[in-house]
Design a protein around this ligand. Structure first.
Ligand SMILES: Nc1nc2c(ncn2[C@@H]2O[C@H](COP(=O)(O)OP(=O)(O)O)[C@@H](O)[C@H]2O)c(=O)[nH]1
Ligand SMILES: [Mg+2]
Length: 194
């Protein structure tokens, strides 16, 4: 994908604030700190379109980014941050659930997991939720620069087992730092949007 335009559109905490653009949406889900904002910046080749490394768990909004007037990247609030209250967790769940269940423009969900670790219970729940909703799923294994290429293969297989994913669901090793996996993610997104 050649990036001609990438811009922040809006922030939403409720459905009335979703943008009124008739474009397909690609949402990013994953734990806080897994690398969602870094993935967005890397995919669109901008240093700081999305804010990286805010206090984890503080981004409890949905951010929409327009790419090439062709699609929107949708940054969902990160989950699994331990130091938040039950109320905050519920508010996160409501916000995310409303978007994932009601949004007609949503075509593909990128589920981000850290390549180094076993997916968490929350990741497994999110995977169930996504596939149950009938949406297309692409798993992105982030921070691939932290391990070598032969380890990457083993870890990808482990992620496939832990998340119980069929072979037709892609798991793409990705590194924002090394700019690894950009074309693979865009190609998978474009294939699934068709
Ligand atoms: N080594 C490495 N660090 C990364 C990578 N992607 C993100 N990070 C770091 O992980 C932290 C959280 O990243 P961020 O994109 O803000 O995660 P988010 O909370 O999911 O949006 C930041 O300190 C990033 O610099 C990567 O590919 N490699
Ligand atoms: Mg972020």
């Amino acid at each position: 994908m050649i990036i001609k335009k990438a811009e922040f559109i809006t922030t939403a905490v409720e459905s009335s604030q979703y943008p009124n653009l008739d474009l397909p949406e690609i949402a990013l889900a994953g734990r806080s700190n897994v690398g969602k904002s870094s993935l967005i910046n890397t995919l669109v080749n901008r240093k700081s379109l999305a804010r990286v490394g805010n206090t984890p768990g503080k981004t409890r909004v949905i951010n929409f980014y327009n790419v090439n007037d062709a699609l929107l990247l949708v940054d969902l609030p990160g989950y699994g941050y331990a130091k938040v209250s039950k109320e905050e967790k519920q508010s996160w769940a409501r916000l995310t659930e409303t978007y994932l269940t009601s949004r007609k423009h949503l075509k593909v969900i990128l589920l981000l997991v850290d390549i180094r670790h076993d997916p968490t219970e929350d990741d497994v729940l999110m995977r169930e939720y996504i596939l149950g909703s009938g949406r297309s799923l692409i798993v992105v294994a982030t921070k691939a620069d932290k391990i070598n290429r032969s380890e990457q293969k083993k870890h990808i297989e482990n992620i496939r087992t832990c998340l119980n994913l069929d072979e037709d669901i892609p798991i793409i090793p990705f590194s924002a730092m090394k700019r690894q996996g950009i074309d693979e993610v865009w190609n998978a997104v474009e294939t699934m949007m068709k």
